[in-house]
Each structure stands twice: as C-alpha cells, then as structure tokens.
Design a protein around this ligand. Structure first.
Ligand SMILES: Cc1cc2nc3c(=O)[nH]c(=O)nc-3n(C[C@H](O)[C@H](O)[C@H](O)COP(=O)(O)OP(=O)(O)OC[C@H]3O[C@@H](n4cnc5c(N)ncnc54)[C@H](O)[C@@H]3O)c2cc1C
Length: 353
C-alpha cells in the first residue's frame, strides 16, 4: 500500500505550481495511462493533481483555417468534430482507430501525446529497462521484440511510440503549447518527441510540472485529402504494427505536395521526410511510391524478430498513397518509375549537390 495524495486544480497556474514544486507529483487527466502504470508499479507518484476541471477543453477553428485543440478535449470529441473530419480526416481516423470507445471517451488529447511505451519490459516493473530505470539495460534488444521499432532506435531502447493521433499530427506540422514554471512555450511537433539516444527515460523536452494546454494544427488545405492507415494484428482494440498518415495533392498526374508520417515502426512519431522529398514533383505511380518508401526505410535497424516491419511499412506507404491518388495517375498501368522522375539524373529524388 502506497499513500497518494489527490487534489483538484481549479486554475492552470496553481496546477503548474503544485506539480513543479514536487518531483513526486503528476498531472492526472483521463487516467487511462497514469492509473494503469501506477497500479503496475511502473509509475510511483505520491501526489496526483487532477486537471480535469481546468478550462483546456474544446476545439476551436483559427481564422486561417487551422485548429486549436484543448489539451483536455477527449479523443472521441475530436474524432467526431465535423470540422476535424472535413479539414483533417487523418486526425479523425487516427483517433477512431485507437483504443476502444470507452477509452476514447475518457482519454484526453494532452494525455495521449504523453502516453507511455507499450514495451512489455517497460510495463513489467521487475525487468531491466532503461526507460523505466535508467542504466539497468534494455531487455527488448535481445528479447521479445516483434512489436518494437526499426527506426530511431538506440542500443539503450527500441520501444515504439504508441500513439496513433500523434502520427497524424506529425504529418500536419502540429505544435504543442504548454505552460510551465518558466511561462508559456510552443514546441514544433517533431521537437516535442525525443529519440531515445543515451537517455530513453527522457521522452519530451518539457520540465517537470509543465502542462500541455493545447495542440495547434496549422491550416493545410492539402490535409482535406488525407488518410490514416493502421495495420495491426487484429481489426480493433490493438496498437499499430505499422501505420501511415498521409496527405497528397496531385496536379496533372504529378505530386504537387505530400505529407507522410509513420507509426508503429519508430521510437517517436516518424515524419517520413525522405518519402516527401522523393515524391514532390514525381509522377503518380506505384513504382515511385515504392521507391520513396524504400528510401525512407534504408536506415531501418531491425532485431531478429521485427524485420518484417520494414517490408510491411513499405507496402503500407504504397497502399496509403495509392488509395489517396486513385484515379490521379497516368493510367498506363506499368507500375514502374517513369524514367528519371525528378530529372536529377539518377532517380534518387535528390538534387545534384
Ligand atoms: C487498453 C488500452 C488500449 C489503448 N489503445 C490505444 C491505441 O490503439 N492508440 C492510441 O493512440 N492510444 C491507445 N491507448 C492509450 C490511450 O490513448 C492513452 O492512455 C490516453 O490517450 C491517455 O490520456 P489520458 O487523458 O487518460 O492521460 P492520463 O493517463 O491522465 O495521463 C497520461 C500522462 O500524461 C500526463 N498528462 C496528462 N495530461 C497532461 C497535460 N495536459 N499536461 C501535461 N501532462 C499531462 C499525466 O501526468 C500522465 O503522465 C490505449 C490505452 C489503453 C489502456
């Protein structure tokens, strides 16, 4: 039995002051991660500051056509928002494909970004795990690693980031707004998730006591034509083996703009910038999609159990892009790279130095 004190915050400044003053305290939102891990002896807060009464709810549209999603907006509410569905279908789909209906009603958007790894060694309080107990080693590297990451790994940690919606938000250049002991801050989404490197226990650049207040999604007309594809071991209530968030615009059979991010394969929501660089200006066809996906996965480092994710991720990228561009291609059915699609002389998609 461990005693835990519980209080309800009524304003954001008091919540930040309470948690930042006490290193053994945590914020509590929906509790679907925090309480699970507390029960499993993985997290050991002595004090929980309940933030559910704070005015951080709601989904607003910005004058430019973007979104400002309150940190306490529930996953189900954001998924069902007509504006989100219309302007950012990939966000809505990523949310609907996550967890279960009951969990989505409980779980907040801020908590979703800060959910913890689903690595079974991390969640087993007695296994060595650098993320949970720094310096104890990574049990997954030589252990059961079928679901683990192939991109962004280090010798100290290969756990994937489990959030679905974070992958969609990564694709659309979201920003995370916070209030901490030093005041307000805004993080670019890619900077908000730290790769494990030598310190896998440090997952975000935030200070202890820094509160996520909102997620900002910039206007992106391209995102109206977007999707989230999730590949998993069973059709519902399961984390991704591989997922792809993608948005594409095509002009006369050529890709004018594209955004792609991957989930289930990396230690953080993974922006597939190599796919994007390769495809902008390329013709719409399967060969180009496949080549772009290969280029992204070149640096994948699989374990003996998860090499299948490399092929699966490539196929998922192709499927997502084909689904989005169905009917936009040149229709010659050859499925091959069209000569030097980028005019760069080597088919690499990179400009000559
Ligand atoms: C069985 C199960 C299946 C799931 N399946 C999926 C899935 O398929 N896809 C998916 O994406 N997710 C899935 N999840 C994860 C779920 O989405 C998260 O647990 C949930 O989003 C966390 O939100 P919460 O409000 O409950 O956070 P909490 O549990 O309250 O908090 C999570 C962490 O974030 C901190 N925190 C919360 N809000 C803030 C804030 N505003 N500022 C600073 N810190 C904060 C807390 O201190 C805590 O450390 C699943 C969860 C379960 C239990």
């Amino acid at each position: 039995m461990r005693p835990i004190s519980y209080s309800r915050a009524t304003d954001t400044a008091t919540a930040v002051a309470a948690v930042s003053a006490d290193p053994t305290s945590d914020f509590l939102a929906g509790g679907t991660t925090e309480i699970d891990l507390l029960r499993q002896n993985v997290l050991h807060p002595r004090r929980l500051v309940d933030i559910n009464g704070l005015p951080l709810t709601g989904i607003e549209t910005t004058p430019e056509g973007g979104l400002r999603i309150g940190a306490l907006a529930r996953m189900s509410e954001v998924a069902a928002s007509p504006t989100v569905r219309e302007r950012f279908p990939l966000i809505s789909q990523a949310l609907e494909l996550g967890a279960s209906a009951q969990l989505r009603h409980m779980a907040s958007m801020g908590g979703n970004l800060l959910q913890r790894a689903r690595c079974s060694y991390y969640r087993d309080a007695v296994s060595p795990c650098n993320k949970r107990d720094p310096g104890t080693g990574c049990s997954a590297v030589e252990g059961f690693s079928r679901g683990h990451a192939v991109l962004g790994t280090s010798e100290h940690c290969i756990a994937t980031h489990p959030s679905d919606v974070a992958v969609a938000l990564m694709a659309v250049d979201a920003r995370v707004h916070t209030l901490g002991p030093q005041g307000e801050r805004a993080y670019e989404f890619d900077d908000f998730f730290l790769p494990p490197g030598d310190s896998p226990h440090r997952e975000h650049p935030m200070e202890h006591g820094e509160l996520i207040t909102a997620i900002e999604v910039p206007a992106m007309p391209l995102a109206r034509h977007s999707l989230y594809l999730k590949v998993r071991d069973r059709e519902s209530y399961e984390f991704a083996l591989v997922s792809v968030a993608a948005a594409v615009s095509v002009v006369d059979g050529t890709i004018a703009d594209v955004r792609v991010a991957l989930g289930g394969v990396a230690t953080k929501p993974w922006r597939a910038r190599r796919v994007e660089d390769f495809l902008i200006g390329a013709r719409v066809n399967r060969g180009n999609f496949a080549q772009a996906a290969r280029v992204e996965l070149i640096e994948a480092r699989p374990t003996r159990m998860n090499a299948f994710k490399i092929e699966l991720a490539q196929r998922a990228v192709v499927r997502a892009l084909e689904t989005l561009t169905d009917g936009d291609g040149d229709g010659d059915g050859d499925g091959g790279v069209h000569g030097d699609a980028h005019g760069d002389g080597d088919g690499s998609g990179r400009s000559p130095a």
